[in-house]
Design a binder for this molecule. Structure first.
Ligand code: UD1
Length: 375
């Protein structure tokens, strides 16, 4: 049973708007706190395009304590999604990322515990990026935890992680929640802080708190014109504009791509299961896909013959491989992802075709290059 009303911070965004619909369908009352960030919603947006009619919107940043108090009035549960999300962009927009993600979470928690509110449940969107590199296996030494690839290795275009002992190339292994966390980007540092702040304050004040470590989410409504968004949206926008999708490194780096509807299901379960608290859970599919294979799948689904452009360069802050070990979330919440990648990509493409995205990927790449963040 979901403790309603539910406040969804970032509820006008990609994941948030799908979650709001699902919560309404389950009979919850929903309020949204969202700043309608121009990079996501377009410059001068006054309306939340994907928010169902009748949902109350408090249009403000999560850093605005008075607005947070208004948004929390009478609320039973909170889902905290509001955040800046670009790994590449976070490496130069350091103050905005730390402000919005860390200070914003601090303000939310401060008002939760000092504002006279009665919230019983808090679910925070954490991220797989906090792991840094995932787990690996060396053919001769067994399980290993290599540190990030040194600059000299990346400059030599030697992409795979090597065993710290014998230097042999390793293979990726599923990453469980007990893997020590080691963020490699400003974004990831802020996500770690969000997770730890929520779990720490939730525990201290008896607010049942769950951190969901989201793997790479894709699907309809991902901001196609935001060049710092996830790779699925970037590739779709490129292909719709008749351009080849730019793929960093050699394209064989891999991620666990999960459809937004599966993510929404995990959030609903985390809200419902009041017996589950004080825990961080991976939300992935358990399957890994290379970035080049994702680009090919999107092009195939669009019916366009544009092969990925393997740029052979690297983006500062990127990891090589990370795929979820999904046993804990299966055990604790009974969750398993349902949407296979081929079906999910069809869904993304069907939606993307109806959009008119501006292709700003080239400009964003120039910006990162000027700052020495793509080499
Ligand atoms: C993404 C999300 C992050 C989320 C995390 C886990 C974004 C911007 N980032 O980070 O919010 O917490 O997943 O869910 O949504 N790549 C290219 N070409 C491009 C862009 C990216 O080859 O034009 C490559 C990157 O180098 C990387 C991979 O694609 O190897 C994934 O990049 P990205 O989609 O930015 O995801 P993450 O960094 O994993």
């Amino acid at each position: 049973m979901i403790s309603s009303p539910v406040l969804v911070t970032g509820g006008a965004g990609f994941i948030g708007s799908h979650l709001v619909e699902a919560l309404l369908a389950r009979g919850a009352t929903v309020r949204v706190l969202d700043s309608l960030e121009p990079q996501v919603h377009g410059a001068g947006a006054t309306r939340a395009r994907h928010l169902p009619d009748g949902v109350e919107l408090v249009r403000a940043s999560v850093c605005d304590a008075a607005a947070v108090d208004r948004a929390l009035a009478g609320v039973g549960s909170v889902v905290h999604l509001a955040a800046q999300v670009g790994v590449g962009q976070s490496m130069y927009a350091i103050v905005p990322y730390v402000d919005e993600n860390v200070r914003g979470t601090a303000v939310l928690l401060d008002r939760l515990v000092n504002g006279g509110h009665h919230v019983r449940r808090l679910v925070v969107a954490s991220s797989m990026s906090i792991y840094g590199e995932g787990r690996y296996r060396c053919p001769s030494c067994g399980p290993v935890a290599p540190t990030p690839r040194p600059l000299a290795q990346l400059q030599a275009r030697d992409w795979e992680l090597r065993c710290p002992t014998c230097r042999v190339v390793t293979t990726p292994a599923p990453c469980d929640e007990d893997k020590p966390i080691a963020p490699t980007s400003v974004y990831a540092v802020t996500k770690r802080d969000q997770e730890e702040l929520c779990l720490c304050v939730g525990r201290a004040y008896g607010i049942g708190t769950v951190a969901l470590r989201l793997f790479n989410v894709y699907g309809p409504r991902q901001a196609l014109s935001n060049p710092y968004t996830g790779v699925g949206a970037i590739f779709s926008s490129r292909l719709l504009n008749g351009q080849r999708p730019p793929v960093f490194e050699d394209g064989r780096q891999s991620r666990d791509f999960i459809h937004v509807s599966d993510i929404v299901e995990a959030f609903c379960l985390a809200l419902e299961r009041e017996d589950v608290a004080d825990v961080a859970l991976n939300v992935g599919t358990g399957h890994s896909t290379s970035v080049a294979a994702l680009a090919e799948a999107i092009a195939r689904s669009m019916g366009v013959a544009l092969a990925p452009e393997i740029v052979g360069r690297f983006r500062e802050g990127d990891i090589r491989h990370c795929v979820a070990d999904v046993s804990r979330i299966g055990r604790v919440l009974g969750f398993s992802a349902r949407v296979a990648l081929a079906k999910g990509v069809e869904d993304l493409v069907a939606w993307a075709r109806l959009q008119r995205p501006d292709d700003r990927v080239g400009q964003a790449r120039d910006e990162l290059e000027r700052k020495g963040l793509i080499r």
